[in-house]
Design a protein around this ligand. Structure first.
Ligand SMILES: C[S@@+](CC[C@H](N)C(=O)[O-])C[C@H]1O[C@@H](n2cnc3c(N)ncnc32)[C@H](O)[C@@H]1O
Length: 405
């Protein structure tokens, strides 16, 4: 283990990330993530997921609980966090999750599945590696040809105020001072920065966050931050490519900008330059994206003529809520909302689309397109209208197309 990695390990073993009781993180549905890419998975055995830098297991334990048929492996260099995660898995009686101490830049002992991992999660880790490009290349090597990496790295522009504060702390405190002794004086700098460099940013209140979060933000022994050109470069060097954003709406000019000339100018840029424009103006603090092998690509769009033979499922990241009034004539649905990935709820006016969503809400599991069309016909929707509704539901990510059901 190189010197930086062993200092990173010391830091996270003293302050295992994140603080607090383990909670479930929602999302991370394996079939949904695979549905975004364009290769039908070959293997018929259980799906295999790697959490690269799993920390205390917050993400992986939740995913393993929700997806008992999927096999999970969490790796980290932090022995304290791994022991805690193992314990939590035992207490929950989870038989589908294992943990292992391993350095991402070597992946020793992970015994990768012969066909590779279907999904790799790596949230908040790659930017702490002494050689991020080596870590990403290792992950690429153990990714299945149809595999998807769910990646979160720090974004340079949005974190600049925090980086400046950390640099100011570095000027003040000797390098060899024990980490725990640095916390108090560093908090004093953060309290000053609240009124200046951190004012108005999401990091303004850093001076009062818990010690684990504070050390991670301002006393981290090694971190790199990425802008889009630099991230694209390391992905390419690792044999990977951008697939889609975790939250595409955050990167869509049509969602961010009012209709008009400016939006049109931005939309006339290449996709890459649209992303660069958005990161420069909106300054996200993290880049959360799905990536795939360089020779894979985004799933081809659904064609209307393929609806009948396609299998659909409700997006597991959607929450549908109905407001029902009891009347003398029976129940009347007065309100129908849906929320995707915790975004603002969208209300649907009554009409064929809302009725179709109500029908879908009560269907369990996957449905063949032609059965869906028949179900919509029973509520008076014509075949062309049903097809149009299904196309629209796929476009809005209410329905998705699992590869293997
Ligand atoms: C900010 S924490 C994120 C933990 C977890 N992914 C989460 O989101 O809660 C970063 C984690 O990366 C781990 N890490 C850093 N360098 C690593 C390396 N070379 N190999 C494996 N894990 C590493 C740390 O030990 C720490 O648990």
């Amino acid at each position: 283990m190189d010197n930086i990695t062993s200092r990173i390990r010391d830091m996270y073993e003293q302050f295992p990330y994140p603080a607090g009781r383990p909670a479930n993180r929602i999302g991370n549905d394996v079939e949904l993530a695979l549905s975004y890419q364009n290769r039908r998975p070959e293997s018929t055995t259980a799906r295999q997921v790697l959490d690269a830098g799993c920390g205390r297991g917050i993400g992986i334990l939740g995913s393993a609980t929700l997806q008992p048929e999927v096999h999970f492996l969490g790796v980290d260099i932090n022995r304290v966090a791994i022991a805690e995660a193992e314990n939590a898995a035992r207490q929950r009686g989870l038989g589908n999750v294992r943990f292992l101490e391993s350095d991402l830049m070597q992946l020793d002992g992970i015994n990768a599945p012969p066909d590779g991992f279907d999904i790799i999660h790596s949230s908040g880790v790659i930017h702490h590696l002494s050689a991020p490009e080596v870590g990403l290349t290792k992950l690429s090597e153990v990714l299945a040809p149809h595999g998807v990496i769910n990646l979160m790295v720090y974004a340079k522009h949005g974190r600049t105020p925090l980086i400046q504060t950390a640099d100011a702390i570095d000027l003040l405190l000797p390098q060899d001072m024990p980490l725990k002794d640095k916390v108090m004086p560093a908090r004093a700098v953060a309290a000053l920065a609240k009124h200046h460099v951190l004012a108005g940013t999401m990091f303004e209140k850093t001076f009062e966050v818990n010690d684990v979060e504070f050390v991670d933000r301002l006393l981290n022994v090694n971190e790199t931050s990425y802008d889009i050109p630099k991230l694209w470069e390391v992905l390419e060097a690792a044999g990977l490519r951008f697939l889609r954003w975790g939250e595409p709406k955050d990167w869509a000019p049509a969602n961010l900008l009012p209709e008009g000339h400016l939006r049109q100018w931005v939309e006339n840029l290449s996709e890459f330059d649209q992303f660069r424009f958005i990161e420069l103006i909106y300054r996200p603090t993290t880049l959360e994206l799905l990536v795939c092998k360089a020779d894979n690509e985004l799933r081809t769009d659904l064609k209307p003529e393929d609806i009948d033979s396609t299998i659909f499922e409700l997006n597991p990241e959607i929450v549908i809520s109905t407001g029902v009034r009891q009347t003398q004539a029976g129940q009347r649905v007065e309100k129908l909302d849906f929320t995707l990935r915790g975004l603002d709820p969208e209300s649907l006016a009554s009409g064929p689309f809302a009725s179709a969503l109500l029908v879908l809400k009560d269907r369990q599991g996957s449905t063949l397109g032609r059965d869906l069309v028949s179900a919509l016909q029973t509520i008076g929707t014509s075949t062309p209208d049903s097809n149009a509704i299904i196309m629209e539901m796929v476009r809005r990510e209410i329905l998705y197309r699992p590869w293997c059901r």
